[in-house]
Write a protein that binds this ligand. Structure first.
Ligand code: GLN
Length: 312
């Protein structure tokens, strides 16, 4: 056999998964007009190891907005800026059992249930240090870029499109302001959150961001520490309990890894100490999670025994 015929087993495996887990179930998100224009049939899968190897198949260089996969990373930045106690005073860590866009605030304190749903994520963005929203956004952009080892940019069309139709998130931001969970300016907090959701990534970026979490906060490619271990452990715990919204229980039972989905069709999953996974397929199930993405992750978890509760 020639050198070219020597196949990498991980690459081979990923290609087999793509072939085995097809599917056209679900619908592309339509409530953000710009997302409704996405090609429903694109697909990408990437795996990054804690020693810095990144494997990918499908449309792995295709770029899309990060959407809610941003949430764990902004939460990590708020924890880094303010410490756990101060962040906890503003955002609880209890699964809401509700959809991502519900007005899930505790009735007595107004504290959002967790940082993985919109109410908690808008709050987390507002807590990020900086003189005004532009500096806060630039710190968020650089922070994600360190996780991805790649300079990420804003998708202006997505930002404009989402902001124009963000009625529900606007209502949530104003509710949070009423309960004193944000600074004074709910519109600025909303815009900051929508900007973070509009940062553009590809599936390899996401796998590396997940692998940085898997690696305890050190980016496996750059070797640079982005987050402290204690913060990463907190972020992974909240991803495990709340990352898949009202499907979090199904997910942890079937897949068994901390994860986060986004409405553009991405999902990341983290096997602590080992790998970060990312999948992209824009058709969503009723919870707003990528339908084919969930199927692929279930299959990989089973095949590679990645379920954290696996006991042989
Ligand atoms: N920007 C989207 C929103 O706030 C993110 C939602 C998501 O990805 N689930 O509605």
């Amino acid at each position: 056999t020639s050198r070219r015929d020597v196949r990498n087993p991980v690459q081979d495996y990923l290609e087999r998964i793509v072939a085995a887990c097809g599917g056209t179930a679900g619908e592309v998100a339509a409530y953000i007009p710009e997302l409704a224009a996405a090609d429903p049939d694109v697909f990408a899968l990437a795996l990054a190891t804690v020693d810095g190897h990144v494997y990918s198949v499908g449309d792995a260089d295709l770029r899309y907005s990060i959407q809610s996969i941003s949430k764990p990373f902004t939460y990590a930045l708020a924890l880094d800026d303010l410490g756990v106690a101060e962040v906890d005073a503003h955002i609880d860590v209890e699964p809401s059992g509700e959809g991502f866009n519900q007005i899930s605030l505790a009735a007595d304190t107004g504290r959002p249930r967790n940082p993985m749903i919109n109410a908690g994520a808008i709050t987390a963005a507002s807590l990020v240090a900086g003189e005004g929203p532009d500096e806060q956004f630039e710190r968020i952009r650089r922070w994600y870029s360190s996780y991805a080892d790649h300079d990420l940019a804003l998708d202006e069309d997505i930002h404009r499109s989402e902001l124009a139709t963000a009625h529900r998130n606007r209502a949530i931001a104003h509710m949070l302001r009423e309960f004193d969970m944000l600074g004074d300016d709910p519109e600025a907090a909303l815009d900051l959150y929508v900007r973070q959701c509009s940062l553009s990534v590809d599936t390899r970026d996401l796998a590396l961001m997940a692998a940085t979490l898997a690696n305890g906060g050190v980016n496996p490619r750059s070797g640079r520490r982005v987050s402290q271990v204690e913060c990463v452990e907190r972020v992974l715990s909240v991803m495990a309990t709340c990352g898949m919204y009202d499907a979090a229980g199904d997910w942890i039972s079937a897949v068994g890894m901390p994860a986060k989905s986004g409405v553009s069709g991405g999902i990341i999953a983290v096997l602590p100490g080992q790998v970060g996974l990312a999948v992209f397929s824009p058709r969503l199930d009723v919870h707003g999670n990528s339908a084919r993405g969930v199927t692929v992750m279930e299959r990989m978890s089973r095949d590679m025994e990645m379920h954290l509760m696996h006991v042989g």
